[in-house]
Write a protein that binds this ligand. Sequence first.
Ligand SMILES: *Cc1c(COP(=O)(O)O)cnc(C)c1O
Length: 427
Amino acid sequence: MTKSEQLFQEAARVIPGGVNSPVRAFQSIGGTPRFIKCARGACLYDEDDNCYIDFVGSWGPMILGHSHKAVLERVTEACRQGLSFGAATAIEVEMAKLVCGMVPSIEMVRMVNSGTEAVMSAVRAARGFTGREKIIKFSGCYHGHSDGLLVQAGSGVMTAGVPDSLGVPAGCVKDTLSAEYNHLDSVEGHFKRCGEEIAAVIVEPVAANMGVVPPLPGFLEGLRRLCDTYGALLIFDEVITGFRLAAGGAQEYYGVMPDLTALGKIIGGGMPVGAYGGRRDIMELVAPLGGVYQAGTLSGNPVAMAAGMAQLTLLKEHPQYYQELNRKGDWFYGQMRDLTEREDLPCQVNHVGSLGCLYFTKQKVVDYRSAKTSDTKAFAAYCNYMLGQGVYLAPSQFEAMFLSLAHTEVMLKDVLQKALTFFLQKV
Ligand SMILES: *Cc1c(COP(=O)(O)O)cnc(C)c1O
């Protein structure tokens, strides 16, 4: 038995499913989760001393690669000053200034501890500001696990085969309207029926929890226009896209400005951090300034801020990083697309910059419905084969692949070669 198998058996006795987040279980591809011991650059090392080229990157945060020296140094230094004070600190001011300076639509920002919290709080602020209760979300978009947003919520929920979640009272989702990603008419339909009651539209500007589905031209602009017409707020959930597609996230990349933005993942540099922010007039409603209550014992934690600051500062000071990352993504996913076309495989490769997904379907993937046509058994075989070859992909068809600055061309060529070998044998 491998160490991972042994640990998984022990884990399963004391942790539900043996994991602290369902996406880490290998349920949808079969097999045992690898227990990771350490990570450097683009590589993960498991307890059995296997090495993997990592395409998960802790689900996004590790954009500079694992164990980046400058980030580790800053964190170590912060630790020496004390782990938490529950009081205001200078680094929080620095961090807020940095985020406001990087993300174009953010004038004020509040730190929280996760993406889930960030989105939940942004939605509360939107409801508080507009005095309206309904929100529109898109099928296949994931916005964390808060009650009101666990409707048609993509990835983790999707592969578990459970449409939503037990334990979410019907009353909590009665104000959550579902629309179809990339279909403006489905959004307009809701606005026409009850536009006066809609506080906000929340969207992943690039949907990255049903694989990767880029917005069709005009989609984000159309959402902006509909929100303006009906007096609703536009919330971008940039927990994945923030600081990934550009220093200013998807809003900079696509040039469409939301009223509120939720951030997570990269902003913490690997530590548990989320943030929400946006227009000053909205954010001034947040407690203690205004009546929208939101709080957090460990929010703005100095060690977490140190990791985030170190990573964001590097990203801000090196605009060429984004050119490099996006070029690498265009090349890698382009090669993968060429490969699937050359071999005439029933596959689709979607990508935006460093985010990408290989779907096992003949249909173009533009929304939740088309994403679901993917052959998840074929994906499982592919994923397991790659794992055996030392390539760590997210163990689900409906998760994105994340490239980091630490992935080299040599590694990526090797990965393409392995994928080709799989396809020549199997499909
Ligand atoms: C990961 C994610 C979240 C939730 O963030 P957590 O830190 O896991 O709570 C919210 N929205 C999107 C788009 C995400 O990818």
